[in-house]
Structures are given as structure tokens and as C-alpha cells.
Write a protein that binds this ligand. Structure first.
Ligand code: CA
Length: 288
């Protein structure tokens, strides 16, 4: 049996008691994850959320969104994960806030205080002006530490990390070099409905560099999404990255349009690309 005390100015405003174990809402959890789940359930139940609603949220894996939805309930909004950015950023700065506004999210949940008072920071005001709700210091249990599952909690003294498709399965892999430690290769994965396109650029000798390093690639996807990336292979101390441009396309199986702006300034429009999940060789077109 757990006991929740919702204290206001030191007084017990409401006491609710629930047995989440018996309700079946703690299955598969132990340690800190279990404690975080109990805390969140206690808070929500103490706020008056019905056990059935909690059960549905757990089944749909969206329990962490409930506190945010409750704040916005006045607008009758039901949020999707795309509407919410969960960040861990003490003293949220203006540039980060602008990026959040541009990303189109409607709510930012910051598990750290957005203003610690140590210095004036413009992030919260920027969010406000951008029409984004900010919920502050929600508490670290919204995050779960999962890096250890993949070995990504590497405790070496890293010098370089390169993302490239080492096994050519269409998913980016991560190669990490460290001081006095073995190299590590983390192999990424890709779901069947996730597509990609690799571009191998080839600049004209005497005009542009051979690998097209510095070229800017613009890919327009069906539905209006546009990917802009530069062929940059600098990647840390005494290391170099891949000269292959890797585009993650999500569900898209074609490009509406592909444009390469070469370092010389020449712009090459390649039009639509009908086949993806492959490597496309792009030879710089000769100067007219
Ligand atoms: Ca791969």
C-alpha cells in the first residue's frame, strides 16, 4: 500500500491510497523505474485521475504525457508524443528555446529548472513568446537510463565518434575511438518501413574536390518535408568521417526533388528520385 500526501504549505491537502501492484500497473518494473512509476501514479491519482484512465495510459505507454495533458485540458487537447519535447536543461538559453519553437512542439517539459537564478537567461521568455507551454522541473523520473543496454554508457576517454553505415544495411552505425581503450563499433538498426538514400558525390577535377566535401544536399520528400545536409567529414581528433551522405527518409520511398550545391557554387538539380534504399552516385555536371 502506498500513501500519497499532497502537501500545500506543509498541510495535508489530500491523501489518497492505492495499491498499484494489485492494480497490475507495476508489471516488469523494479528498482528506480518502479519507484518513478509509483511516484507518478501517486501524483496523478492524488490529482484526481481515475485508475481506469491510468491503466489505459500505461497500456498505451503514454503515462508520462498525462501530467502535460492535464495542464492543457482547458483547451481540450490530446497530445501526441510529437507535440511534447522532454528536455533536461538547467538555465534554458535563448538559442535552444528558439530551436524548440521552430521544431513545432506545443509543450516543453524541462526536468531541470529553466531558470536557476544564477544568471539572466532568455529561454523561458522565448518559449512564451513562441506560444510554447513550459512545464518546469517535472522531476528526473521522466527519463530512463537505457544506454547500458547497448553499451553506450562507455566510460572511456573518447577522442572521436563517426556515424556511418559500416555494414551497409541502411542504418547508421557509430564508431568510437578512445585513449588506451579498444575501438568500439555500435551497430544501428532500421525498421522495415524506414528508408534511406546514400549519396556518393564526385566533384569535377579542377573545379571541385573529388569527394564533394562541403557540398550542400537538399532533398525534398513527399508531404513537404525537406532534408538539408552538408557533406562534412570532420569528426574529432586525428579522425575523419565518411564522405558518403546518408539521408534518413523515414517512411518516404521516393524524393520529390534532389539538389546538390557544390563547393564551387554550382547548383545541380537532379529532379525526382524514384528508387531509394541504395547508394546513388552523383557526378558533378560539367560547367556550361
Ligand atoms: Ca549499419
Amino acid at each position: 500500500m502506498t500513501r500519497h500526501t499532497n502537501g500545500v504549505n506543509g498541510q495535508d491537502a489530500r491523501v489518497a491510497e492505492f495499491d498499484w501492484e494489485a492494480e497490475g500497473l507495476l508489471e516488469g518494473l523494479d528498482g528506480p523505474e518502479r519507484e518513478a512509476r509509483v511516484k507518478l501514479l501517486d501524483e496523478l491519482a492524488g490529482d484526481g485521475v481515475a485508475v481506469e484512465e491510468l491503466r489505459t495510459a500505461v497500456e498505451e505507454d503514454r503515462l508520462a504525457l498525462l501530467p502535460v495533458e492535464r495542464v492543457l485540458r482547458g483547451g481540450g487537447q490530446r497530445l501526441t508524443p510529437d507535440d511534447v519535447a522532454i528536455i533536461d536543461h538547467a538555465d534554458l538559453d535563448r538559442v535552444s528555446a528558439e530551436e524548440l519553437v521552430e521544431s513545432g512542439v506545443r509543450v516543453v517539459v524541462n526536468v531541470s529548472p529553466s531558470s536557476t537564478g544564477q544568471y539572466p537567461n532568455l529561454g523561458p521568455l522565448t518559449l512564451l513568446r513562441g506560444g510554447v507551454r513550459l512545464i518546469d522541473a517535472a522531476g528526473a523520473p521522466l527519463f530512463e537510463e537505457r544506454a547500458f543496454l547497448d553499451g553506450l554508457d562507455l566510460e572511456t576517454n573518447g577522442r572521436a565518434a563517426v556515424a556511418f553505415d559500416a555494414n551497409e544495411d541502411g542504418a547508421l552505425d557509430l564508431f568510437v575511438r578512445s585513449v588506451q581503450a579498444p575501438e568500439a563499433l555500435f551497430v544501428g538498426s532500421r525498421r522495415p518501413n524506414e528508408h534511406f538514400l546514400r549519396l556518393r558525390l564526385s566533384g569535377t577535377p579542377g573545379v571541385d574536390n573529388r569527394d564533394g566535401i562541403g557540398a550542400r544536399v537538399t532533398a525534398r520528400l513527399p508531404g513537404g518535408r525537406t532534408i538539408v545536409t552538408e557533406n562534412a567529414n570532420a569528426s574529432g581528433y586525428l579522425s575523419t568521417g565518411s564522405p558518403i551522405v546518408h539521408l534518413g527518409l523515414g517512411a518516404a520511398t521516393r524524393l520529390e526533388n534532389l539538389t546538390v550545391r557544390w563547393p564551387s557554387g554550382a547548383v545541380q538539380n537532379l529532379g525526382p528520385v524514384e528508387d531509394v534504399d541504395r547508394t546513388l552516385l552523383v557526378q558533378e555536371s560539367p560547367r556550361k
